[in-house]
Design a protein around this ligand. Structure first.
Ligand code: GLC
Length: 396
């Protein structure tokens, strides 16, 4: 692949779907023919490198299915008829799921604004964003610990990550089918709870995940910037304050000897499974520079943990659950590399960031726009014509 930007442009043209005034991008036409929340945020970020109008349409289409209570569903089944060969999970709603995904939408809106300074767009989406982040702050923190909880591993975006094995009561090695069944059971419970997050669902699965909370911190800060841009000074103050509180709570409940661990259940026990999540706090600049340096040297660039031939594996290679070919249990994903890339730049680790960009590009050149890659060999795995590879354009 000579020109990644050109290949990416062609892929996005191919994966673009229009329905009346709506427009979105499918992550992969063969495997994922619907709209997904964090995928659309990645798409919008990538599309700003071509055309902000398209990026805006992606976000507006996503927001069109926001729930009354503020939740933005993680899947929207647009155009079910022409995609009816694909399995549709029963979520209790007609055309959307009932769970959410990492809250990257303020970042996407901010990125669009950085590019074209169109205040009318920000004004238009701001009430939706306000409502979504307020939902997460109000409904997903029932113990008022200032940590945001998820109700299903799929809300992390890393469906079968070994971070969720303990809360799901699964051993480090198990089949994909077993894992899926556990997650489907949660969906059924979700429906029987009438989607009530704070009072019912938390009894079945309650995890405060490191990337989700780090993403929340970063996005609340950017939402505060957008609020300030619109002269909503009180909102700006409020969202900055909430970002600080979450960052502090992460240090209080998740941090142990330099590593942030996701927690589970009512007593916020740490889940000590080493995945890329330990680097997510870099993205929100939660660590001090010396702490970040130590984390990077000890773990990221350690060939016994995360520094493989094609970094960054989603799971440390010394974990018993590590499998170089199994979805979120080891393979390298370009979006994860993008988060780590941005995190490294926050601390001035420019050379290392460059290496991540280089190896991400090498993966696309070797194996094409695949969903994920074997971190040892670079072999392409999972869905084909998968959009997330376009994030290398945003490693700058
Ligand atoms: C898989 C991924 C999830 C993504 C979706 C669509 O379910 O785990 O993160 O949003 O596919 O690409």
């Amino acid at each position: 692949m000579k020109d990644i930007k050109k290949a990416c442009f062609e892929l996005f043209l191919k994966n673009k779907r229009k329905l009346g005034s709506y427009q979105y991008t499918v992550p992969s036409p063969e495997t994922y023919p619907y709209q997904w929340l964090w995928d659309s945020c990645f798409h919008a970020i990538i599309l700003t490198h071509f055309n902000t109008r398209e990026a805006k349409l992606e976000i507006l289409t996503l927001l069109s299915k926001q729930f009354e209570n503020g939740l933005i569903p993680h899947m929207i089944y647009w155009d079910k008829e022409s995609t009816n060969d694909f399995p549709v999970i029963e979520w209790g709603k007609k055309d959307t799921s009932t769970i959410t995904q990492p809250p990257m939408i303020a970042y996407a809106a901010w990125r669009i604004f950085q590019k074209d300074h169109d205040e009318s767009f920000i004004k238009k989406v701001y009430p939706n964003l306000y409502h979504f982040y307020r939902y997460l702050l109000n409904e997903r923190d029932p113990h008022e610990k200032h940590l945001i909880g998820i109700l299903n591993p799929d809300e992390s975006g890393e469906d079968n990550s070994p971070r969720f094995d303990i809360p799901l009561n699964l051993p480090p090695r198990h089949s994909f089918k077993e894992n899926t069944q556990k997650r489907l059971n949660l969906v059924a419970q979700n429906i029987s709870c009438n989607f009530d997050a704070p009072f019912c669902m938390r009894n079945f699965f309650w995890v405060t995940d490191v990337p989700f909370n780090a993403i929340m911190v970063k996005n609340l800060k950017l939402l505060a910037e957008l609020a300030a841009e619109l002269s909503y000074e009180d909102d700006a103050k409020f969202f900055n304050g909430e970002a600080e509180k979450i960052a502090e709570a992460m240090k209080k409940y998740m941090l142990d000897k330099g590593i942030f661990w996701s927690t589970y259940e009512e007593n916020y026990q740490k889940i000590k499974v080493k995945t890329w999540a330990i680097f997510a706090p870099l993205f929100a600049k939660i660590l001090s520079k010396p702490e970040a340096k130590k984390l990077v040297e000890k773990h990221l660039t350690n060939p016994k943990e995360f520094w493989t031939n094609y970094p960054v594996p989603t799971v440390s290679i010394d974990e018993p659950s590590f499998d170089p070919k199994d979805f979120w249990r080891g393979p390298t994903w370009i979006a994860v590399n993008w988060f780590i890339y941005k995190g490294l730049l926050n601390y001035g680790f420019k050379d290392l960031a460059k290496q991540i960009k280089k190896s991400s590009t090498a993966l696309l050149e070797k194996s094409g726009f695949r969903e994920y890659f074997n971190p040892l060999t670079g072999q392409g795995l999972g869905a084909k014509n998968f959009t997330w590879g376009g994030l290398v354009l945003d490693m700058n």
